[in-house]
Design a protein around this ligand. Structure first.
Ligand SMILES: [Zn+2]
Length: 176
């Protein structure tokens, strides 16, 4: 795209940001303005518009964000749309009821750690080294073995002590 056509595209994008349905209709009429439709919309969108009935009783004309119940744009819904509709992330999907983690009755930081452990993305020293971070690999508590999620959460003496104090160590022993 040349700088000139890029500037034209920017101007058209800016105009589109301000565009309302009434701008695509004949002034003071409930009929489409073909010239405006063809100027602003793709041929496919023109067909969609022409197949959309214009009701005399409809007067409200405001911009809404259809991905939000209140019609207000927010990054969260846009991000979700990008992940589900625009990006091919099939290779990243792992089978399982992942939403059940977020429904647990525990603090958000606990949910996050559970999810990170389940997806093997808890930033332990072993994982950081795999990602190219320059850091010592051994567990900072015992300094005896590499700090992995399993070690730091279940095998390390420090974590064992915590589980014992909570009277939950038998669950950990079953899991190992
Ligand atoms: Zn340790």
């Amino acid at each position: 795209m040349t700088p000139f056509s890029l500037a034209q595209a920017a101007v058209q994008f800016d105009q589109m940001q301000q565009l309302k349905v009434q701008d695509l209709m004949q002034p003071d009429q409930k009929t489409w303005n073909m010239e405006a439709l063809q100027h602003y919309l793709t041929p496919q969108s023109v067909l969609y518009a022409l197949n959309t009935p214009l009701f005399a009783s409809a007067n409200d004309d405001e911009r809404i964000w259809r991905l939000d119940n209140r019609g207000v744009y927010n990054v969260r819904s846009a991000y979700k749309f990008c992940l589900t509709e625009l990006i091919d992330n099939a290779g990243l999907k792992v089978k399982g009821d992942w939403m059940s983690i977020w429904k647990l009755a525990v603090p958000p930081k606990v949910k996050k750690i559970i999810w990170q452990v389940a997806r093997n993305c808890l930033p332990t020293r072993a994982r950081l080294i795999e990602k190219g971070v320059q850091v010592g690999v051994n567990c900072p508590w015992c300094n005896e073995v590499p700090e992995t999620a399993t070690h730091v959460l279940m095998q390390c003496n420090k974590s064992n002590l915590t589980w014992r104090n909570l009277n939950l160590s038998h669950y950990i022993e079953q899991a190992l």
